[in-house]
Design a protein around this ligand. Structure first.
Ligand code: AKG
Ligand code: FE2
Length: 218
């Protein structure tokens, strides 16, 4: 399959092209500068300027298994909501991407949920999978980074591991970068960062009633 020109747009501007071939052969893909710099900065300032009550402590697990365990993850999150115009722009973009992936890869992605995440200095998220085979309807993880001028010495890298525990990728959380990976395949972690780190993490899901698995939204 050769598909290299995809028209996705955010606020009327084309995004960078996603290397679908790489995704097919590796199960993940990293897209630098997915959005225009100005749009990244706008999203970044939107996140930075949100008042403290807009955030909640992130939890682990879902529904009745939900706990907040700060030994595992220390970020604060905010679920995106289509009623907030700025958040809706991002949700619209990711819905375009959902349609594109379904068209190109027949993945049958049904919906999408995502949250802003803020890791204060010193925060991390230990090794984990976002979904367990056959136990969740989360199929495909997306992470979009908002941090301008992020340097290696700022830490906070996303490390993606292979099936033998080897490091596949060490990703700087730089503004504009989008990472896609199969949710139940790749163990990953967020290393301790020294700066405030902002991102939007999301999951494409199968229709729970189709997959027959109970996995309520948050
Ligand atoms: O922010 C990142 O780089 C990854 C976050 C993550 O793994 C998660 O929220 O499940
Ligand atoms: Fe994760």
């Amino acid at each position: 399959m050769t598909t290299h020109s995809h028209a996705l747009s955010f606020a009327g501007f084309d995004t960078a092209t996603i290397d679908i071939e790489h995704f097919i052969s590796h199960g993940y893909v990293i897209v630098p500068n997915f959005l225009e710099r100005q749009h990244c900065l706008d999203l970044y300032h939107y996140a930075v300027d949100l008042p403290p009550p807009a955030w909640q402590q992130a939890g682990i697990g879902r529904a009745e298994n939900y706990t907040t365990n700060t030994a595992v993850r220390q970020d604060r999150i905010r679920w995106l909501n289509s009623d907030a115009p700025y958040e809706n722009a991002y949700l619209q973009l990711m819905d375009q991407l959902r349609t594109l992936i379904n068209r190109e890869l027949f993945m049958g992605l049904f919906d999408y949920e995502c949250h802003l995440a803020h890791y204060p200095p010193g925060a991390f998220y230990r090794k984990h999978l976002d979904a367990f085979k056959g136990r969740s309807n989360r199929i495909l993880t997306t992470v979009f980074y908002l941090n301008p001028e992020w340097q290696e010495h700022d830490g906070g890298q996303l490390v993606i591991y292979g099936d033998r525990g080897q490091v596949l990728e060490t990703v700087l959380p730089e503004a504009g970068k989008l990472v896609l990976f199969l949710s139940d395949v790749f163990v990953h972690e967020v290393l301790t960062g020294l700066r405030d780190r902002y991102s939007i993490t999301g999951w494409y899901r199968l229709n729970a009633s189709v997959s027959g698995i109970v996995d309520p939204t948050r």
